[in-house]
Design a protein around this ligand. Structure first.
Ligand SMILES: Cc1ncc(COP(=O)(O)O)c(C=O)c1O
Length: 385
C-alpha cells in the first residue's frame, strides 16, 4: 500500500462515508414505480405507447432539439445515426481512441473503419489543434470528398465524444469538420445535461446520441436516443428504428431493411420519471464535485478534473488524474480503493490497443496514451451528497 493510495481512500471516504458504493448507481423512488405500474395496466408495454412519446418530448425540451427518437440503447442510436447519415462500407470515420468501445463498434457495424485521433488533457475529448494538423497532413480533396492519402479511403464523418460528461471544444471540431466536409455525429452518451457555451451537447452536429444505460445520469434500464434538428433525418431514423414499417391501418408492409430498435414503453415510463429529476441529479453531482475538489486540493500527485472553459458539465463520472510522475501507482490505487469497498475504475483500454481495432488508421496518440495511465473514476452517484 503506498501513501498516495491511502490518502486517496481516506479523502474519498471523508466525502461519501464508509458505506460501499458503486461508481454510478441509479436513484429511483415511487415516481418510477407509479409510471411502471400505469404502463403495465395500459398493456402498452412494447414500442407503441404514450410514455415513449412523452419521453421524447421531454428530451426535446431539455436539450432544445427539434426531434428526439428513443431507441433501445446508445449503441443502436450510434448505429442508426451512421446509417441515416449514409455512411458507406470501407469509409473511414474519425473518432477518439479514448472512448467506450460502442463508438468504434457502431462504425464497424456499417463495415466502415474507425480512424483514431488524439484527445487533450483540457477536455479529455478530441484535441482540435492536433486534429486539424493531422487532417491537413493526410487528407487530399477529390470532387468534394476527403480522401486519406495513406489508405486511399474516403473519410466521411467524425464522432467526437464528451468524455465522462465533460464537453469538448465542439465548436472548433465542427469548423474543422466543415473544412473537410465531414458529417458530425456527437457521441453525447455520457453528457445529458452538459452544455457548451450554453448549448446542450449533442446539438452541434447533424445528430447527437444519448445513452440511458443503468449507469448513466438518467436511466431507462437500457435505452438511448438520437437528437437532431434535421426533420428529414429524424423521420428516417424513427422509420428505420421501427422495422421500416409503412403506416397502414392493417397491412404489414416494410419498405426497407429496418431495425427493431424502438424503445419499449416500459423503459420510457421509467425515463419520464427520471427526466423530472434530471435538474436535481445535475445539481447533486455538481455539489459532489465541489466536495471532492475541496478534499483533493491539498493532495500532491493527483488532481480532480474540473469542467473545461466555456462549459457546464453534468459531472457524470468524477475523475481523478494522476500526475505523470505517479502513473506507476495507478494499479496500486485501484487495488487499495476497491479492497476498501470504494468502486474506482481506470479509463477504457484505448481502442487502438484492442485486438479488433489495432490495425485501424490512426494519428499519433500521445495524450490518450498518457491519460489512459492516469485516469481514475471515483464514486459519483447523485445521492452521495
Ligand atoms: C461514450 C459512450 N458511447 C456509447 C455508449 C453506448 O451506450 P449503451 O450502453 O446505452 O449502448 C456509452 C455507454 O455505455 C458510452 O459511454
Amino acid at each position: 500500500m503506498n501513501k498516495l493510495s491511502i490518502e486517496i481512500c481516506e479523502r474519498i471516504k471523508s466525502v461519501i462515508g464508509d458505506s460501499k458504493f458503486g461508481l454510478h448507481e441509479p436513484f429511483f423512488n415511487s415516481l418510477e414505480k407509479e409510471n411502471l405500474s400505469n404502463c403495465i395496466d395500459s398493456s402498452y408495454v412494447s414500442s407503441i405507447g404514450e410514455y415513449v412519446n412523452s419521453f421524447e418530448k421531454m428530451i426535446e425540451e431539455f436539450t432544445k432539439s427539434k426531434k428526439a427518437i428513443a431507441v433501445v440503447n446508445g449503441t443502436s442510436a450510434l448505429h442508426l445515426a451512421l446509417k441515416v447519415s449514409g455512411i458507406k462500407p470501407d469509409e473511414e470515420i474519425i473518432c477518439p481512441s479514448l472512448t467506450f468501445v460502442a463508438t468504434a463498434n457502431a462504425i464497424s457495424y456499417m463495415d466502415a473503419l474507425p480512424h483514431f485521433v488524439d484527445v487533450n488533457e483540457k477536455t479529455l475529448g478530441i484535441d482540435p489543434l492536433a486534429l486539424e494538423n493531422w487532417l491537413d497532413k493526410i487528407i487530399i480533396k477529390k470532387k468534394g470528398k476527403s480522401i486519406n492519402k495513406n489508405t486511399g479511403r474516403i473519410v466521411s464523418a467524425i464522432i467526437p465524444m464528451h468524455t465522462f460528461g465533460h464537453p469538448l471544444e465542439i465548436n472548433s471540431i465542427v469548423k474543422i469538420a466543415e473544412k473537410y466536409n465531414l458529417i458530425v455525429i456527437e457521441d453525447a452518451a455520457e453528457s445529458l445535461g452538459s452544455l457548451y457555451e450554453g448549448k446542450h451537447t449533442g446539438t452541434f452536429g447533424r445528430i447527437g446520441v444519448l445513452s440511458f444505460n443503468g449507469n448513466k445520469i438518467v436511466t431507462t434500464g437500457g435505452g438511448g436516443a438520437l437528437i437532431t434538428n434535421d426533420l428529414e433525418v429524424a423521420s428516417l431514423a424513427k422509420h428505420l428504428s421501427s422495422t421500416a414499417k409503412v403506416e397502414h391501418k392493417w397491412k404489414l408492409i416494410h419498405n426497407q431493411i429496418g431495425f427493431n430498435y424502438r424503445m419499449p414503453n416500459l423503459n420510457a415510463s421509467i425515463g419520464c420519471a427520471q427526466m423530472k429529476k434530471l435538474p436535481s441529479f445535475i445539481e447533486s453531482k455538481r455539489n459532489l464535485f465541489l466536495k471532492y475538489r475541496e478534499v483533493f486540493k491539498s493532495l500532491l500527485g493527483v488532481r480532480i478534473f474540473s469542467e473545461p472553459d466555456n462549459s457546464r458539465s453534468n459531472y457524470w463520472l468524477q475523475t481523478l488524474i494522476l500526475d505523470k510522475e505517479h502513473e506507476s501507482e495507478l494499479e496500486n490505487i485501484l487495488e487499495v480503493t476497491n479492497k476498501e469497498g470504494l468502486m474506482t475504475r481506470p479509463s477504457w483500454e484505448l481502442m487502438h490497443h484492442l485486438q479488433m481495432y489495432k490495425n485501424c488508421p490512426r494519428a499519433p496518440l500521445p495524450n490518450a496514451e498518457s491519460l489512459a495511465k492516469r485516469i481514475i473514476n471515483i464514486p459519483s452517484s447523485p445521492f452521495l451528497v
